[in-house]
Write a protein that binds this ligand. Structure first.
Ligand SMILES: Nc1ncnc2c1ncn2[C@@H]1O[C@H](COP(=O)(O)OP(=O)(O)O)[C@@H](O)[C@H]1O
Ligand SMILES: CSC[C@H]1O[C@H](OP(=O)(O)O)[C@H](O)[C@@H]1O
Length: 406
């Protein structure tokens, strides 16, 4: 019989105490459950009168946001922990350290990042993160290159892929991102004010064709080990430092999905900007910064990825002249398409983003929803003809209906 049960705060404290070297012997520990995500429990354990602390993240056997009617495998905790360890080994400065775990109890004990801000909140507050694009570009390039057939032994990659078969969490993405927004699904949720947009999405078969191509790639292309859910709520930031958390959707999939997740979420915040910055000058500055950041994320990714390819390529056939350019362009096109899909799902599907949903003024909120959908659709529709990141930005500007000079 399994020993699994959801931890109490007291049990989390006992667990923290039992970890050697993490707290002074006589420390008086306190614990709070702080999970604000859709799926898991997160315990924050701190020592009174000291700066020692840690996080215990535990999966529950269902999707917390929906309830027990949506069962989910506890194995996702192992997958998240192994992905965190892999990402930390490739990018130690950009991923929290794992201190301990239990697969049976589905928990991971890790470094406390409470001194950081969740990026989605920071962006809503209008903060700028000048190092972010450089950091996330490095994270994307290193994790994707070294887990692909380019940078990892190909037999080892096949074995590793077996550890990251993640059917429950992939099914969430397949349904919520690539299907529900385009049909009449009980999972969908949107206000009456944009019912016309939702109806148009359901009838747009040309758009469905492009989404189906992206969905097929997601289902079949085991290009690299992905984070799988790299939105701005899964990234902690400070002015000088960035940390990626929450890779429980990790699996071997198309590289562009992770890159597109970052860019799509920056663009969701971009679409929301008029709802947060009343002053036109401040609004313009924020918009320019977000568009520039989206462009920089790609540019840093591409520069790092090409450097790794030129220095550490294991696959001999991939030295064929022209192949690197072909490969990188495919990833860019995928990233643009996936960014668009991610934007659309956050407006009409299950699980929205606070960047848009918490805009107080109803007119500004609706305008943000419509702008996000326009950008998302434009990226999906045209992703296969994109030739450069400038083309991506052009599609964003075109759909925004306003000038964004960067
Ligand atoms: N390592 C950490 N340090 C500090 N806070 C964390 C850490 N990991 C998670 N949290 C907090 O818990 C919240 C939910 O965590 P997350 O991993 O996104 O859970 P879920 O998988 O349920 O989405 C985060 O938004 C953050 O506030
Ligand atoms: C029913 S899960 C919906 C949604 O939640 C996940 O996000 P997070 O774990 O960060 O809360 C993921 O984006 C899923 O698509």
């Amino acid at each position: 019989m399994s020993a699994y049960h959801p931890l109490t705060a007291e049990e989390a404290i006992q667990l923290a105490k039992s970890l050697p070297g993490r707290f002074p012997d006589q420390a008086e520990l306190e614990c709070r459950e702080i999970g604000d995500g859709n799926l898991n429990l997160v315990f924050h354990v701190t020592a009174k009168h000291s700066d020692h602390s840690l996080i215990i993240k535990q999966a529950v056997p269902y999707a917390k946001v929906v309830g027990e009617s949506w069962p989910l495998s506890l194995d996702r905790a192992r997958i998240e922990r192994e992905a965190l360890e892999m990402e930390h080994s490739l990018c130690p400065a950009l991923v929290p350290e794992v201190y301990g775990y239990s697969d049976e109890m589905a928990y991971t004990i890790m470094e406390d990042l409470s001194e950081y801000t969740i990026m989605r909140k920071g962006l809503i507050e209008g903060n700028s993160y000048p190092k972010f694009a450089e950091h996330i570009g490095e994270f994307l390039a290193r994790t994707l290159f070294y887990t692909s057939d380019l940078g990892m032994n190909q037999q080892k990659k096949k074995e590793l892929a077996g550890r990251f078969i993640n059917p429950d969490l992939c099914k969430i993405t397949e349904d919520l991102i690539f299907e529900d927004p385009y049909r009449d699904s009980p999972n969908n949720s949107y206000p009456d004010s944009i019912a016309d947009e939702a109806e148009a999405l359901r009838g747009d078969t040309e758009l469905h064709f492009e989404v189906t191509l992206l969905r097929h790639k997601f289902l079949t292309q085991g290009q690299a080990l992905l984070h799988g859910d790299l939105h701005t709520g899964s990234i902690f930031v400070r002015a000088e430092s960035t940390k990626v958390i929450d890779p429980e959707f990790a699996f071997f999939g198309p590289m562009g999905f992770d890159i597109g997740a970052v860019i799509g979420n920056l663009l969701l915040n971009y679409a929301a900007t008029p709802g947060w910055a009343a002053d036109p000058k401040a609004q313009q500055l924020r918009e320019q910064r977000l568009v520039q950041m989206s462009q920089d994320v790609w540019n840093h990714y591409e520069r790092n990825f090409r450097q790794l390819w030129n220095a550490d390529l294991l696959d001999e056939m991939s030295r064929t002249p022209g192949y690197q350019d072909h490969y990188v362009l495919q990833v860019l096109q995928d990233a643009a398409g996936y960014a668009g899909c991610k934007m659309i799902r956050r407006i009409v599907g299950l699980s929205h983003v606070i960047d848009i949903d918490t805009i107080a003024d109803a007119t500004a909120r609706e305008a943000a929803q419509r702008k996000a959908l326009a950008i998302g659709k434009n990226l999906v529709r045209h992703h296969r003809s994109i030739k450069s990141i400038d083309d991506v930005i052009e599609l964003v500007k075109q759909a925004s209906g306003n000038e964004v000079s960067i």
